[in-house]
Design a protein around this ligand. Structure first.
Ligand SMILES: [Fe+2]
Ligand SMILES: [Fe+2]
Length: 169
């Protein structure tokens, strides 16, 4: 097994495992929010989404930064960033950030609007986008990276990960 403290691809995969767990939890909350019949219970469930949006803002953002500022530039020097898989991944990061802003805004407005359907719909769209994004990275991009990147490049990316994670967001 590859050591995630030495190999950048293994490190990103270990981030993905944490993201998948949160997406699973989010999916569970969304189901309950749409099914529950009591407004009080629904309010409680919606309040608990704050923990998930905090993860998205902090941990997911950190993961995106590792990819955007460390992996993608080096991988891009091999396969380009204007078109192809790196380009697509960057577009999906932007879409994920947009959905997360919308999601947080709907949660904030819920107290006045009572509109939980928008929270549920945007939440599901976020889960779908990010699950598919992670699958694509693991099935396509990371395999390309494993083949293209030299040992030295991987080492350099790993060092940049450490710099990125030591910086507070
Ligand atoms: Fe990504
Ligand atoms: Fe990723």
């Amino acid at each position: 097994m590859t050591d995630s403290s030495l190999d950048p691809i293994a490190a990103l995969k270990s981030d993905h495992a944490a993201v998948r767990t949160v997406l699973n939890n989010l999916d569970g909350y969304l189901k309950k929010i749409s099914l529950v019949s009591s407004a009080g219970l629904r309010n409680n469930l919606i309040n608990q989404l704050n923990e998930i949006t905090a993860f998205i803002d902090k941990d997911l953002e950190m993961h995106f930064k590792k990819e955007e500022n460390a992996l993608f530039p080096v991988l891009g020097s091999h396969i380009g960033t204007e078109t192809g898989p790196v380009h697509v991944m960057l577009i999906e990061h932007a879409q994920s950030r947009e959905l997360s802003l919308e999601f947080k805004s709907k949660i904030k407005k819920y107290r006045d609007s009572g509109d939980y359907n928008s929270i549920v719909n945007i939440g599901y769209a976020f889960v779908k986008l990010l699950s598919e994004h992670i699958d694509k990275e693991e099935q396509i991009l990371f395999n390309i990276a494993d083949i293209q990147l030299s040992k030295e490049e991987k080492h350099g990316i790993m060092e940049n990960f450490l710099i990125i994670t030591s910086q507070t967001v």
